[in-house]
Design a protein around this ligand. Structure first.
Ligand SMILES: Cc1cc2nc3c(=O)[nH]c(=O)nc-3n(C[C@H](O)[C@H](O)[C@H](O)COP(=O)(O)OP(=O)(O)OC[C@H]3O[C@@H](n4cnc5c(N)ncnc54)[C@H](O)[C@@H]3O)c2cc1C
Length: 185
């Protein structure tokens, strides 16, 4: 193990190579050093210790910097997608174009969504904006649940919210990548 690496665990959070039942959760695993990831791994480990097989899925663990405005990212970055050979399609939107920005008198920020062109699914996103850690949760859910783009583009957001900012990029991505009539049913 090198400095900075974690204790190696398998998908069930069981420590690899250890004798008997040894489990690890949190920063010590080196996987996603956040409180929410630590809690998630603890849940996964506990389920397995209690006898229900459960595997951790790290595809949609949010990464947040609590600045003003918030900086938020989830899933695959464009750089990582390039390393993985994923044919990425991106679409974005400036928060200044939302009515909420006028209401809040704060037009800073932007959202960017990343879709895997071959699978027609969202695989990552980034945003900077007030409370992005709250209104981007639906994108984390969409990535984790592999929600079809056509269905996502059919979701109605309340007016005036920053959440409306994902509608235009979702429509842009769904257009060439999905069959909305089928998936929105
Ligand atoms: C400044 C700062 C800000 C952060 N802000 C955020 C944030 O906003 N959101 C977020 O999600 N994450 C944040 N994090 C990361 C987050 O704190 C960690 O990811 C999280 O606490 C990991 O939980 P853990 O249980 O794995 O480890 P810890 O919370 O570090 O708990 C480990 C515990 O083990 C104890 N311990 C260590 N060695 C021993 C030993 N030999 N014997 C007995 N006990 C021992 C320690 O004292 C500690 O209490 C922040 C971290 C830092 C440093």
């Amino acid at each position: 193990m090198s400095p900075g690496d974690g204790v190696p665990v398998d998908e069930t959070c069981r420590v690899q190579g250890a004798e008997g039942g040894v489990w690890a959760a949190g920063d010590v695993t080196g996987i996603a050093r956040t409180t929410h990831a630590a809690r998630y791994q603890a849940d996964v480990a506990l389920s397995n210790i209690l006898g229900s097989h459960r595997e951790a899925d790290y595809r949609a663990i949010p990464r947040v910097v609590y600045t003003t405005p918030t900086v938020y990212a989830v899933g695959v970055t464009p750089g990582r997608a390039a390393e993985l050979g994923i044919d990425l399609r991106t679409a974005g939107y400036d928060l200044a174009a939302t009515a909420r920005a006028a209401v809040e008198a704060d037009d800073r920020g932007r959202v960017e969504l990343y879709a895997d062109r071959s699978r027609g699914l969202l695989i990552g996103a980034a945003a900077a904006g007030l409370h992005a850690e709250e209104w981007m949760s639906e994108i984390a859910l969409a990535i984790r649940a592999e929600t079809p783009l056509g269905l996502l583009a059919d979701v109605v957001h309340a007016f005036p919210t920053y959440g409306e900012s994902v509608e235009a990029p979702l429509r842009e991505l769904a257009g060439p990548l999905a069959a909305p009539e089928e998936e929105a049913r």
